[in-house]
Design a protein. Structure first.
Length: 212
């Protein structure tokens, strides 16, 4: 259950203060979806909400969010290519990194996709932009990225997750490691290797397992 916003009207002097309507988001397929009310007013249950730009749905699939950021990124690319007549590689690379890529990466540690359709949809945006640079048009996607010295979006999301894990584990954030991670240490022995200790981290919010 997630409370999104609150709404009521208050008249104070010549000003009328209006707050947003309250919404509830029930998380999980097995959620009983209990109804709520306040002051005899039924609080609406939403299927998805926007919280700090990220669109969260009841199934935590983030379909709407991925579709939204992809559409915004394509629109921003079109605006950039209309606004600049030049196809200079250095200028377009800097423009993409400044105005387009942040749309696709904002708060990615919250919604980092695990479905192939979402991963490909996001990556197609970068494929599309790099293809529009004239001197790189006939190169493969990997070659275009090498010429521009940029990583795939999937790789950048992985790096963002690992940086966040590092900060949490070294107390560089206000979040407790015990709240967000399951950590286990155990030994493994096979016929081909000596006994070694393995450290596993399982992060609930990103469906991620890291080992060393």
């Amino acid at each position: 259950m997630h409370c999104v916003s609150w709404s009521t009207g208050v008249i104070c002097g010549s000003f009328k203060l209006i707050y947003l309507r309250p919404l509830w988001l029930h998380l999980g397929a097995n959620n009983p979806r209990v109804g709520y009310s306040f002051n005899n007013t039924i609080i609406v249950c939403a299927e998805s909400i926007r919280d700090l730009v990220v669109i969260v749905d009841s199934g935590l699939m983030f379909d709407a969010h991925v579709n939204t950021v992809v559409s915004k990124a394509y629109a921003r690319i079109a605006m950039v290519l209309r606004g600049f007549s030049t196809r200079n590689t250095i200028l377009l690379r800097r423009t993409y990194i400044t105005y387009v890529r942040p749309i696709l990466e904002y708060a990615s540690s919250v919604w980092n996709p695990h479905l192939l359709k979402h991963i490909n949809a996001l990556e197609r945006v970068q494929r599309h932009f790099t293809k529009r640079i004239t001197v790189l048009r006939n190169l493969s996607y990997e070659e275009r990225l090498a010429c521009l010295d940029v990583d795939t979006l999937e790789c950048r999301r992985l790096k963002a997750d690992l940086i966040l894990y590092y900060k949490i584990m070294h107390n560089l954030t206000p979040w407790s490691i015990d709240r967000y991670f399951n950590t286990t240490v155990h030994s493994r022995h096979t016929r081909l290797t000596d006994c070694k200790s393995y450290f596993y981290i399982s992060a609930h919010f990103c469906r991620t397992v890291v080992s060393k």
